[in-house]
Write a protein that binds this ligand. Structure first.
Ligand code: F6R
Length: 240
């Protein structure tokens, strides 16, 4: 694991954006695994700016998102389908036909099969991950098998509480999702993990220093041979 710690979030996101711009320019048709949530938003903003400044193009990029809530219509502002369009896809030159997000509206088994079939046909070059405060990656909650592929999952209560800030009330947060599995995530050639804020410090510590155990899904990343972790000083505060 290569660990980078930054004094400020601005420096962190500048560094991650530069990393992506360089990688995409070296391989313009790369396959990117993408994430939603609060963590990647400043990265996407930096990438949109870089696109506007003609420093990068997404026209030959293919993407696979980690997950989607079950039951929200695509048009719901908190569906990950809407999120990706609003935060990135609508602002760059990506071909939407080459973007893949699990369907939260199809019958789940059908949605899983559709997503897994497309994913299995590709090699993800760089998988972006955020970190749940309980150590989840994607929506692979504590206890998920390290051998899991795309599946339907119940969100942990802590995840529902964490994500309720996006919804009018906690009752509106979906309780189920479809997520790429841990085995799928580990198949990516490279993994980029970003974590910021003191509320992630405990999970960051266990991910890096703890035992590799299904009770802390992100600990599996210790077994991947090309992981780059970007932390701000609050998220890194327990590491010393
Ligand atoms: C999002 C995802 C989740 C988030 C995690 C952190 O696609 O798969 O694992 O990365 O819940 O969320 P934020 O960034 O909102 O703290």
């Amino acid at each position: 694991m290569k660990i980078n710690v930054f004094e400020t979030k601005e420096e962190l996101y500048r560094a991650v954006a530069d990393f992506y711009i360089k990688a995409i320019n070296e391989k313009p048709n790369m396959v990117l695994g993408l994430a939603t949530g609060t963590t990647p938003i400043p990265l996407y903003q930096n990438l949109i700016k870089a696109y506007q400044d003609k420093l990068v193009s997404f026209k030959d990029i293919t993407t696979f998102n980690l997950d989607e809530y079950i039951g929200l219509p695509k048009t719901h502002k908190e569906s990950y389908f809407s999120f990706m369009r609003n935060q990135l896809f609508n602002h760059v030159d990506i071909n939407l036909d080459n973007t893949h997000i699990p369907s939260g509206v199809l019958e789940p088994n059908e949605a899983i099969k559709e997503f897994q079939t497309a994913l299995d046909d590709h090699q993800v070059d760089i998988q972006l991950l955020g970190l749940g405060s309980n150590g989840h990656i994607g929506f692979n909650e504590p206890g998920t098998s390290f051998d899991s592929t795309t599946h339907k999952t119940q969100l942990a209560l802590s995840t529902i509480q964490d994500n309720s800030r996006m919804f009018d009330s906690i009752d509106e947060v979906p309780t189920e999702s479809i997520t790429m599995g841990i085995k799928d995530i580990m198949r990516a050639s490279k993994i980029v993990m970003i974590a910021t804020g003191a509320q992630k410090a405990d999970a960051v510590y266990k991910m890096i220093k703890g035992q590799v155990d299904e009770s802390l899904p992100a600990s599996i990343l210790q077994k991947h041979d090309d992981v780059v972790i970007f932390l701000d000083k609050d998220a890194a505060s327990l590491l010393k």
